[in-house]
Design a protein. Sequence first.
Length: 190
Amino acid sequence: MADTKFHPALAVSNIKNHIPIILEMETDHYSAWAELSKLHTRSHRVLSHILPTGKEPVPSTDDEIELWSTLDAVVLQWIYATISTDLLHTIIEEDISAKEVWDRLRNIFQDNKNSRVVALEHDFSHVKMRDFPNASAYCQRLKTLADQLKSVGAPVTDNRLVLQLVAGLTEAYKYVGTQIRQSKTFAPLS
């Protein structure tokens, strides 16, 4: 690794072009953010800075140690550039490694998993079409909530998704709701 004159991770000038999500406590984008971050670090040969396998060679020369430190700082910059200011203030610390920051973020979002499931379930159960400008926006919100529930380990079945969609329809869609309820099988919304 130290023989390489130019590492691919050093070529990234704007991480937000590759990871367009800003991770925030108020939203449930952790799974997508983490997956995009892992993909990006893997493609730039620095995944071991956040998820070491234990098989990485230990840097031993001054050049190898300097390259490792530089690459770790690059990964830290990527993480810091894709999280909210509130999260940044929660995790930033002097002389911290990218792996330590990665683990802190994972712990923040995984520790809140049960409360996030409860909040998402509440939102999912109370979505009504009247709160949206059109049927498409209503369906998209239900699908997004179902995807978010899946990402925190509480997947929504296709039947439940369709039944919730029908339950939240406006009076103008009453006939459609009746037709869907009387169907023998429900088509998935995906």
